[in-house]
Design a protein around this ligand. Structure first.
Ligand SMILES: NC(=O)C1=CN([C@@H]2O[C@H](COP(=O)(O)OP(=O)(O)OC[C@H]3O[C@@H](n4cnc5c(N)ncnc54)[C@H](OP(=O)(O)O)[C@@H]3O)[C@@H](O)[C@H]2O)C=CC1
Ligand SMILES: Cc1cn([C@H]2C[C@H](O)[C@@H](COP(=O)(O)OP(=O)(O)O[C@H]3O[C@@H](C)C(=O)[C@@H](O)[C@H]3O)O2)c(=O)[nH]c1=O
Ligand SMILES: [Mg+2]
Length: 286
């Protein structure tokens, strides 16, 4: 795609991966576009008049959201809705990122984009509000639902495991929550491909699922992190009930990623390869 892409987010995991893949895009951090001010975000779009808008900024502190739901709803709900309306006004593609936490995680099958949503916590509710706001804005929009994002940037499960795994001999990790760990780099790449195709064919938008493969439990994810990082820390597989947290998390986060493969030719990446890349990068900067 020629011309400027406008990205909301500069410091997050996906934003920083976008920065590496699309260094020519315009990145607005909190200083230039605070999502607590949805109208200000919309005004940025209307004054910059980019070719496409990607929103990868969000309130992502799952447990903290339980105590700050009103703030999470403005950032994850109202801001993307206002951005989507501005993009619709300019008739440009608007791409937004959402989460497996919009589902309640019952059952054992992978969910399609049409499956009923029923978030278990404040973060998931705020992200679902954002999905509805984007959809209701009309125009040329897409929502990419992903899960369990990791990278060498920011905070994520991989970095938590590296920190705890080198300090402890044993860790209890939940084995009954299953999902697709997803490298932030692959999300960034998917968004760029989608934006390009959507600007040529505006009929391609909608909600799409995208996660790394194979599906795994957090305990299996941790096992692979320790194996690749050569950490001797032992993993004790525990049940969700043994690891109480303020926010309830879905047990079954499996996402059926067939539609994005069919429509955009974007396939589930093997997260174990993405993990190797992330560990190599972290090794370099250490
Ligand atoms: N992380 C995950 O596991 C998953 C994430 N997602 C979704 O993917 C998207 C990208 O997530 P990820 O890259 O991991 O996010 P991060 O948690 O790494 O980063 C969040 C980003 O949002 C910014 N932000 C937060 N509040 C505001 C605000 N009020 N105004 C402006 N910017 C703000 C942060 O800025 P600052 O540095 O200034 O705080 C930061 O750049 C989000 O929509 C998220 O909901 C979906 C599934 C899983
Ligand atoms: C640190 C730790 C976590 N856990 C569990 C808690 C939880 O169920 C799981 C993952 O913990 P985290 O806090 O990293 O996960 P969490 O922040 O809930 O991750 C989620 O973030 C949001 C933004 C999303 O959109 C989701 O897709 C998902 O990635 O691991 C253990 O069992 N043992 C431990 O020592
Ligand atoms: Mg977290």
């Amino acid at each position: 795609m020629t011309g400027d892409i406008l990205v909301f987010g500069r410091t997050g995991q996906v934003a920083q991966e976008l920065g590496l893949l699309a260094p020519g895009a315009i990145y607005l951090g909190r200083d230039k576009a605070d999502l607590k001010d949805p109208r200000g975000c919309a005004e940025q779009i209307l004054s910059i008049r980019p070719r496409a808008v990607l929103n990868v900024a969000a309130y992502t502190a799952v447990d903290q959201a339980e105590a700050e739901e009103p703030e999470a709803r403005i950032i994850n709900g109202e801001a993307p809705a206002a951005m989507a309306r501005a993009a619709a006004e300019l008739d440009i593609p608007f791409l937004h990122v959402s989460t497996d936490y919009v589902f309640d995680g019952t059952g054992g099958q992978a969910r399609s984009e049409m499956a009923a949503t029923a978030p278990l916590g404040a973060y998931g509710r705020s992200k679902l509000m954002g999905e509805h706001g984007v959809e209701n804005a009309g125009g040329n929009w897409a929502v990419l639902r992903t899960s369990w994002v990791f990278s060498s940037f920011g905070n994520n499960f991989v970095k938590t495991m590296l920190r705890l795994g080198s300090a402890k001999d044993e860790l209890g990790i939940v084995g009954d929550q299953i999902g697709g760990p997803t490298p932030a780099k692959d999300i960034a790449a998917a968004l760029l491909v989608m934006a390009e195709q959507m600007s040529v064919d505006p009929g391609k938008g909608g909600i799409y699922h995208f996660a790394g493969a194979p599906d795994a439990s957090w305990a299996e994810f941790a096992q692979e992190i320790f194996a690749q990082a050569k950490l001797g820390c032992k993993i004790r597989e525990i049940a969700t009930a043994e690891y109480p947290t303020p926010a309830v998390r879905p047990l079954n986060s499996r996402l059926d990623c067939g539609a994005i493969a069919q429509r955009f030719g974007i396939r589930r990446p093997d997260w174990r390869e993405g993990l190797a890349e992330v560990l190599a990068r972290l090794e370099q900067i250490r």
